[in-house]
Design a protein around this ligand. Structure first.
Ligand code: FCB
Length: 449
């Protein structure tokens, strides 16, 4: 039986600049926080990653061979503006060539303006806890739109502000590696403000475009259905999911959430008059990233140590994932994906949704020039069926971008986690289509599963 997707469903793959480009000093590119953070922490860096900056033509040819018609990529701010402000035409020219090459191959480009690689020069001015960065970001957005807006219709301002703010400035596992819960919340607010100002800037430049933001959602599960567990789940859900979503929808921060965070004393003073109106720019679509659910539980002693990675939450903890895990240790729960999409459909009053990322890391092996990545094929089959089920039950999902086109630099995990449909040998840069790429190409060709 074929599970057919709606006509015009947008099938794509996704990547991000720092994860694939390499060439981190080419053509005047300035350092980003990921260059400095990885070196300072003794981690693998984004050089050479997939050497995509030099091999982009080959990669676009791969996309065209696969027959996947949409491609979501991000622009590196520090290539276009090495100091965060001054335009470097050679950096901009790269994306100009990339867009032209995609279009020559019949592939529709979808641009993400910020996928975590802040110019280091702006971090030196305080980074995202500094609200002035919202204006810098809007200037950058306008610059990129002036260069590519004649050919690119789909614009995403920011990818996963949750990670940029809470992992970058809260637990410090990501760049810039700062551990300051109060600053992390302010960074989250300023990222939303930056989104709003960039959305205004993009629309001020004319042209027909779709403006979106991409959020990562974690549906929250509990073992026990009692008041204490429900409250732990509520806290996690409100900070992980609704901190970002509700202000975008024009509803401000939920009062319960403000109360949960009040003890840090940083968020409310950071919300200036007019900010919430700027953040609530109308969205044409919402980008949804889904990987795994979270598991929450209450803590009797609110001061006890907690593994909860979210800034400012007290009296709750997270439990380890269980069941089938990916190599990153993420729990596989496709049914949560269906529930999430249906919940979003209702909560966002019918705003169209596009899956901007979904995928899984597993250990892959090249055997005689093939990669039989059965687990990844199964992951995609299960999760696409979950999206299909949500559509059948009324969710307005317009597209699906598989994460990722290529094995790439997986942030703090370096090159240890392979998410690609295409295997990359990081020594030789040889690309090999995995079985999952062939599977996905077939789904795309049939518009069905
Ligand atoms: C998401 C990121 C993406 C990738 C996947 C695995 O949080 O947006 O860059 O690392 O996770």
């Amino acid at each position: 039986m074929t599970l057919g997707f709606p006509d015009g469903f947008r099938w794509g793959t996704a990547t991000a600049a720092y994860q694939i480009e390499g060439s981190t000093t080419a053509d005047g590119r300035g350092p980003s926080i990921w260059d400095t953070f990885t070196v300072r922490s003794g981690l693998a860096t984004g050089d050479p990653a997939c050497d995509h900056y030099r091999r982009y033509r080959e990669d676009v040819r791969l996309l065209s061979e696969l027959g996947v018609p949409y491609y979501r990529f991000s622009v590196a701010w520090s290539r276009v503006m090495p100091d965060g402000r001054t335009v470097e035409p050679r950096g901009l020219a790269f994306y100009d060539r990339l867009v032209d090459t995609l279009l020559e191959h019949g592939i529709t480009p979808m641009v993400t303006l910020y996928h975590w690689d802040l110019p280091e020069a702006l971090q030196a001015e305080g980074g995202w806890p500094n609200r002035e960065l919202a204006d810098n970001f809007a200037d950058y957005a306008l610059t990129v739109h002036k260069a590519l807006g004649d050919r690119v219709r789909q614009w995403t301002t920011i990818n996963e502000p949750f990670c940029a703010a809470f992992i970058g400035y809260g637990n410090g596992d990501h760049a810039p590696g700062i551990q300051d819960e109060g600053a992390a919340l302010v960074a989250g607010h300023n990222l939303l403000l930056a989104h709003g100002k960039a959305a205004q800037a993009l629309r001020s430049d004319g042209g027909e475009q779709e403006v979106s933001i991409v959020l990562n959602f974690a549906p929250v599960l509990t073992d026990v259905d009692d008041a204490a567990h429900r409250e732990a789940a509520r806290k996690f859900d409100f900070l992980h999911n609704r901190f970002f979503l509700d202000p975008l929808l024009g509803r401000g921060y939920p009062p319960e959430l403000l109360a949960d965070l009040a003890h840090l004393g940083t968020l409310e003073p950071a919300i200036a008059d007019g900010d919430l109106e700027i953040i609530a720019q109308p969205l044409d679509v919402l980008g949804v990233n889904y990987y795994a659910p979270a598991r929450a539980m209450p803590l009797e002693d609110p001061e006890a140590d907690s593994n909860c990675p979210l800034p400012g939450l007290r009296g709750m903890d997270v439990q380890p994932p269980r069941g089938e895990l990916t190599s990153l240790g993420w729990e596989q729960r496709p049914e949560c994906f269906t529930e999430l999409l249906l919940w979003l459909q209702g909560h966002c009053d019918g705003l169209p949704l596009v899956i901007a990322e979904n995928g899984a890391a597993f250990e892959d092996e090249v055997v005689e020039g093939r990669v039989h990545d059965k687990k990844r094929v199964q992951y995609f089959a299960d999760h696409l069926a979950a999206v299909h089920a949500a559509i059948e039950r009324g969710a307005d999902v317009r597209g699906y971008m598989a994460w990722s086109l290529l094995d790439n630099f997986e942030w703090a995990m370096g090159y240890t986690q392979r998410f690609g449909l295409v295997h990359v040998d990081f020594e030789t840069q040889e690309r090999v289509l995995k079985d999952s790429a062939l599977f996905y190409a077939d789904v795309v060709a049939r518009n069905g599963l």
